[in-house]
Design a protein around this ligand. Sequence first.
Ligand SMILES: Cc1cc2nc3c(=O)[nH]c(=O)nc-3n(C[C@H](O)[C@H](O)[C@H](O)COP(=O)(O)OP(=O)(O)OC[C@H]3O[C@@H](n4cnc5c(N)ncnc54)[C@H](O)[C@@H]3O)c2cc1C
Length: 326
Amino acid sequence: MSSILVYALHYDGAFNKNSLGAVAEGARLAAELGGECHAVVVGDKAGLTDELCASLGGYGATKVFRVEGPEGLAQPVVDAMARVIGDNGHGYALFGGGVLGFEIGAGLTARLDAGVCMEVTNVRVEDGKLVAERPILQDSSVSDVHYRSGVGVIIGRLNAFEAKEAGDGTAAVEDVAVEFAPHSLKAQIVTRGEQRGADVNIEDADILVAGGRGLGKAEGFEALEDLAGALGGAVAATRAVVDAGWYSYSAQIGQTGKTVAPKLYLAAGISGAIQHKVGMQSSENILAINKDPNAPIFEFSDLGVVGDLHKILPKLTEAVKAKKGS
Ligand SMILES: Cc1cc2nc3c(=O)[nH]c(=O)nc-3n(C[C@H](O)[C@H](O)[C@H](O)COP(=O)(O)OP(=O)(O)OC[C@H]3O[C@@H](n4cnc5c(N)ncnc54)[C@H](O)[C@@H]3O)c2cc1C
């Protein structure tokens, strides 16, 4: 019988969807293992109210370990989780993914000398143990990862786990005092800002207007935002532009981003690399604008427009607005 510990990240008085998905997944798996799903939260106690912590019970957590400490930094969470696992003997630590989940998961793995699997899209129970499923070879195959270590660390792909509510349960809240390692307190969050597009859930959008390096610079996204607004859709991006800091990671489509299947996927200035294609190829209609007639994206587009996006996008936006009468 094994219990599962999940890290739940909160911002501005709410847990993020990715963390709620991890808690719900942990609860589903713990029930199959005959154990419990617990969550650990780290932050300012004034923000982490009893009510907020207990609300994780609505996603299946039976207990929440509340640790007073710096929010949003990886190392203090590693200290907190190592302490909670040491005291309570959890068999697995589960993360929803995202940059912080990866960093904490990696730190915890090193600290506990644990086995780890990341980019996990599904977890199943086999012979009373968890088996993590990880897509490999550009998502064309799935590998099963079994754990031999005392603690198994599972890091999900971002938003891979559904934030499924499990009724109106409330979790017990237990305060744990953790002495942080000196090196864990060396980093500080100086400021926190909103990234463009970070507030939109692109997986729910029927229309996605995606931009790539062909936009030329971060400001190139303004034309895409105008078009998305006119169409009533949302903006997506390739990894190249996310890595360049032009747009938010939450909008990244592809192997290391999100998988989407909107009614319309309009790709502007995107070459159509396989790692991008795997995230959007199931879209109902793919429309590509690219100045290179030999761009790979045209091989899997329903409609291809060869031309300069800087000229086409404003005219398209104008035409959509005119058609909609706005
Ligand atoms: C392990 C791994 C994981 C990866 N994961 C992802 C992922 O999740 N998502 C992802 O997207 N990529 C991913 N990549 C990167 C991927 O291989 C490509 O490098 C990336 O998708 C290219 O992005 P892009 O199409 O924006 O840029 P480019 O390949 O540089 O393409 C830019 C395109 O814009 C066109 N263009 C330029 N100017 C104009 C203009 N004025 N008008 C019209 N068209 C123009 C060009 O003809 C070109 O086709 C991954 C790579 C690796 C190795």
